[in-house]
Design a protein around this ligand. Structure first.
Ligand SMILES: NC(=O)c1ccc[n+]([C@@H]2O[C@H](COP(=O)([O-])OP(=O)(O)OC[C@H]3O[C@@H](n4cnc5c(N)ncnc54)[C@H](OP(=O)(O)O)[C@@H]3O)[C@@H](O)[C@H]2O)c1
Length: 259
């Protein structure tokens, strides 16, 4: 399969790309910023995997970048790119909230519309794998913006699957719900927050608490979730949701049952 991954410079996206090449697929590693191309190419060279890959810039928010890949032959699209803003709902600037939705939700949906509508429906085959998060099921105070984008992705992807089922069984839609992994993403998100006027006194304690909680619960290796993404990419089943690690997945299930 030819698989395109967005935001594949590091973390879950990069690790998934490596595994996919090792399993014989061809991977388009797309990166946010041009200077990241060199880094990814360097890593792939070291691993002797460059033949199975193509690396280029795709800022998913940019129409000109999305247009460049319009005619690219792709069998599977993995929507992995994301950003996160921290901050209380009372404090967060609406511009940050908009930016968060622009990247995590609207741009991903634009890519899905493009590939599903233009390519997959015509080819009568194709897969879309959307990386959401357990944070889309369990809202985390002071990370509400990020959680809301991931919850929106869960709803939209579920509807997409139900709608497509009415016209075709050939296109598979998959939703990935990772738990916490120490990729650096969560640290940036915690740092990435506006000073609070309403929670000023709590601010230092909150930041420390969030950091310790994430590093305590977070997994250093991404292999459990990468394994699930690979299942999703290669599976011809109609199963929608794939989640890992097991403990966090179970907690999320129990939470959604009782809430
Ligand atoms: N780590 C976790 O605990 C966790 C848990 C649940 C879900 N997830 C999800 O897993 C996915 C991968 O996250 P990760 O943990 O592996 O962190 P990561 O390595 O930081 O991956 C996020 C990637 O998205 C890229 N990106 C941001 N804005 C973009 C844009 N406009 N266009 C294209 N790419 C853009 C980032 O590039 P820059 O570095 O240049 O910004 C980065 O390469 C995300 O969807 C995240 O929400 C992560």
């Amino acid at each position: 399969m030819k698989v395109l991954i967005t935001g594949a410079t590091s973390g879950i996206g990069f690790d998934t790309g490596i595994k996919l090449i090792e399993r014989g697929h061809f991977v388009y590693f797309t990166v946010h910023r041009e200077e990241q191309i060199k880094t990814v190419v360097g890593h792939l060279k070291k691993l002797h995997l460059l033949d199975g890959a193509s690396v280029f810039q795709l800022d998913i928010t940019q129409e000109k970048d999305r247009k460049l890949i319009y005619d690219l032959e792709v069998d599977c699209l993995i929507c992995n790119a994301a950003i996160g803003y921290g901050g209380s709902i009372l404090d967060i600037p609406i511009s940050s909230l908009e930016d968060n939705f622009q990247v995590n939700v609207f741009s991903n949906i634009k890519l899905i519309q493009m590939y599903c509508g233009h390519l997959f429906l015509k080819k009568k085959t194709g897969k879309v794998v959307v990386i959401s998060s357990i944070a889309g099921i369990i809202p985390i105070p002071f990370l509400g913006s990020y959680c809301a984008t991931k919850a929106a992705l869960i709803s939209l992807t579920t509807c997409l699957k139900k709608e497509l089922k009415l016209i075709t069984d050939d296109i598979k839609i998959k939703l990935i719900e990772p738990g916490i992994f120490n990729t650096g993403f969560n640290d940036v998100m915690i740092e990435n927050r506006e000073e609070s006027s309403y929670f000023e006194d709590l601010e230092p304690t909150l930041t420390e608490l969030e950091k310790s909680l994430f590093s305590l619960l977070g997994y250093n290796r991404t292999n459990s979730i990468v394994k699930k993404i690979i299942y999703a990419v290669e599976s011809d089943s109609n199963r929608l949701i794939y989640s890992a690690p097991f403990l966090q997945k179970t907690i999320a299930r129990i939470y959604s049952f009782f809430r």
